[in-house]
Design a protein around this ligand. Structure first.
Ligand code: CO8
Length: 378
């Protein structure tokens, strides 16, 4: 690649699709508590006989204090707050219709393409990367590729909380290797169907969203705001502390495909204790490997699972609480959006940086998985 030697790999555009429906903590807690009353009444005899534990009430104060979440967005709100249902009512679409996830992916993809001044002919690959895809095949990415009229190839990948950063890594490598000129990466995080709205430990945690990014060579980039990717780093360490057992084997094992263990569940306290030091260490090692120190970083776009996790990581890294300028928070509005959180933060809070400013995008969570990118404003 003679003249290509000078070229770097850049993030040249991002997109964000936010659902129109909001569920506040107040609404969610009112519905959950009404459901517990109903449950406890229906199971009064067993509870009285000591055979069942009564369901405890949830509280808005607990949710805000323990997580920092004040509201979440829902793709379809209908059904979630209905105590006879406690899950979204998303009608099945015919096979010749656009799928739900492809639809929300397209909203974010089109915005990212516009920001990067790219059309379908410029793009060689589409990666859809998120915590769940609504079907195994055909890939959602190929459906999106078809809708947009992109040639080349597409594929889906799942890495839970780190799906977005790990996909950016793959895009970076494709461009660096010359196997693609421009890659569209999309994170349609449709989390609400996997939330156990009957579990007070986790009913408040997640929200729906879709994010997208364009990665290309610097010598094709015409975007107003773009970032050189200076370095990427990933690590995984197996843990069952965040888990969903939903999957195609339920049919063969005769297990209930919708029992509580088939939905998102976690040991939140353990995750908090184990992942925070791992994330801090990962970030320090990544910066050190590039000869950088924490004070040289203008902004950290961190994973958005829990405000106390981000505060702890910030305190350990900076020796103080980070304000919105150093490590912006979006989880108060968006809740935990699985892999999309750090990309929402990047999308909303990157344009004010100056040329030469260095920032870090970092995800951490289920797997366990941690993914980071060191980027520099062009
Ligand atoms: N209201 C009132 N009380 C409650 C509630 C509630 N809603 N929930 C729990 N409590 C009670 C508990 O029962 C407990 O009572 P007791 O002391 O009597 O046992 C007490 O409050 C304290 O509970 P915890 O110790 O659990 O509270 P924490 O302060 O630890 O907060 C959190 C709980 C918020 C879950 C916190 O531990 C946390 O956020 N941990 C980190 C979690 C994390 O980052 N997980 C990774 C998420 S996975 C991900 O990001 C992507 C996964 C894939 C996507 C999935 C899509 C569906």
């Amino acid at each position: 690649m003679p003249s290509e030697k000078q070229a770097t790999v850049v993030i040249s555009g991002t997109g964000l699709w936010t659902p129109e429906h909001i569920i506040t903590n107040e609404e969610l807690v009112a519905s959950y508590n009404a459901w517990t009353d109903k449950y406890n009444m229906e199971h009064a005899a067993a509870i009285q006989a000591g055979k069942l534990e009564p369901m405890q009430k949830s509280s808005v104060e607990f949710i805000v204090k323990a997580s920092g979440i004040k509201q979440r967005y829902a793709y379809i709100k209908e059904g979630i707050l209905d105590i006879e249902r406690m899950r979204p009512a998303i009608p099945e679409r015919p096979e010749d219709s656009l799928s739900d996830q492809a639809e929300i992916a397209l909203h974010a993809a089109r915005e990212a393409m516009k920001a990067a001044n790219k059309n379908a002919a410029d793009i060689d690959a589409v990666i859809v990367s998120c915590a769940y895809t609504q079907r195994a095949y055909p890939a959602i990415a190929i459906e999106v590729q078809n809708e947009l009229g992109i040639k080349g190839f597409g594929f889906d990948m799942l890495v839970a909380c780190s799906a977005a950063t790990f996909a950016l890594h793959r895009g970076y490598e494709m461009i660096a290797a010359g196997t693609a000129r421009c890659v569209l990466l999309i994170n349609p995080e449709l989390t609400s169907p996997q939330v156990d709205y009957c579990n007070r430990d986790s009913h408040f945690i997640f929200g729906d969203v879709a994010t997208a990014a364009i990665v290309e060579r610097s010598d094709t980039c015409t975007a107003l705001h773009s970032y050189d990717i200076l370095s990427t780093k990933a690590m995984t360490q197996f843990s069952s502390n965040v888990r969903s057992n939903f999957g195609y084997l339920s049919r063969a094992s005769d297990a209930d495909p919708f029992s509580a263990d088939k939905l998102f569940h976690q040991n939140g306290r353990k995750v908090y204790k184990e992942v925070c030091p791992m994330a801090e260490q990962h970030l320090r090692c990544h910066l050190e490997s590039q000869g950088l120190t924490v004070p040289e970083i203008k902004r950290f776009w961190l994973h958005q699972a829990n405000i106390n996790m981000n505060a702890l990581i910030s305190n350990r890294l900076f020796g103080k609480e980070a304000g919105m300028d150093l490590a912006p928070i979006v989880l108060d509005r968006y809740a935990n959006t699985a892999s999309a959180g750090s990309i929402i933060a990047f999308h909303l809070y990157n344009q004010d940086l100056s040329s030469g400013d260095i920032g870090v995008i970092c995800s951490f969570g289920a797997g366990y998985s941690i993914g980071s990118l060191i980027v520099r404003k062009r």
